[in-house]
Design a protein around this ligand. Structure first.
Ligand SMILES: C[S@@+](CC[C@H](N)C(=O)[O-])C[C@H]1O[C@@H](n2cnc3c(N)ncnc32)[C@H](O)[C@@H]1O
Length: 272
């Protein structure tokens, strides 16, 4: 167990309960503001680049399935799994009937245990939730091990993280020295009633490499906008705002200066 980690590991029951209660709000989250739309747009661009139409995709930590819907719309076949039964139920209720034929399964479970799925059965795996909710390194390693196992050689992982940047900035603002010391290297924070793991891109890259992935791309999803007040953001022209974030979201020195960042990594194809 690494220093500062909760002794009992992640409380997955609380995560399931909180997301059950917030399933509808989570569905709407990515439309809530220009900042949330930027998160979706910058992530969808990576999905366009790395997930081909027709690909078989596992969305582990799908929530109510906004990205699953997006991929179904591109002609992918998508299996969804999440701790929250109500999020999966909401997806099933809302998914367009023209897209529903592409749904491989919708099943409650944890990304740390995908034993019910065959090895090498997906072209892409999304882990866009579990890696920032699993509070111990061992649990994050287990999720990465499972993602790698179910990916075909050459397949891609899209992994979302939350950065320590904002809570660290808040701790500095508040003069909370112990919190600054604690968060410098990343660590758990509370969100709603749940613990969240906050890690820097450097640690994400190291853990991905250790799990046998080759990191291809990393993008911050809010970047400079993480420092801007809401009114300033909302007064922006959307396309111009997205273009400015796009122009800065992969500057290596700014990858962690954000709320969320996303890494695209490949399971190497040893046969090549
Ligand atoms: C903020 S939502 C993100 C949903 C969606 N992937 C997105 O990026 O918009 C995080 C989701 O991760 C799920 N989650 C957290 N830990 C998980 C785990 N160990 N296994 C499966 N799902 C998990 C939660 O239940 C929740 O639905």
């Amino acid at each position: 167990m690494a220093a500062g980690e909760p002794r009992d590991g992640t409380d997955q029951g609380t995560i399931a309960r909180v997301y059950d209660e917030h399933a509808a709000a989570e569905y709407e989250r990515l439309d809530r503001s220009l900042l949330h739309r930027a998160e979706f747009v910058l992530t969808a661009e990576l999905l366009d680049e790395f997930v081909a139409p027709g690909a078989e995709v596992l969305d582990a930590g799908s929530g109510p399935g906004r990205y699953a819907e997006y991929l179904l719309g591109k002609g992918c076949r998508v299996g969804l799994t999440d701790l929250s039964v109500d999020s999966l139920r909401l997806f099933e209720q809302r998914v367009d009937r023209h897209l529903a034929g592409g749904v491989l399964f919708c099943r409650q479970g944890s990304a740390t245990d995908l034993g019910w799925l065959s090895p090498e059965s997906f072209d892409a795996v999304l882990l866009m939730g579990p890696l920032y909710h699993l509070v111990t390194l061992d649990e994050r390693r287990a999720a990465l091990r499972e993602a790698r196992r179910v990916l075909r050689p050459g397949g891609v992982l899209v992994a979302a993280y939350v950065s320590p940047y904002r809570p660290l900035m808040k701790a500095v603002e508040e003069g909370a020295r112990h919190e600054v010391e604690r968060l410098r290297a990343g660590g758990p924070t509370m969100h709603l009633e749940m613990q969240q793991y906050r890690g820097w891109p450097r640690e994400a890259h190291a853990t991905l490499a250790e799990a046998g992935f080759e990191v291809l791309r990393t993008r911050n999803l809010q970047g400079f906008a993480a420092l801007m007040d809401r009114d300033t953001i909302e007064s922006q022209d959307p396309e111009g705002f997205f273009a400015m974030l796009r122009a800065t979201c992969e500057l290596p020195d700014l990858l962690g200066a954000t709320l969320h960042f996303v890494c695209v990594a490949r399971r190497p194809d040893e046969a090549l």
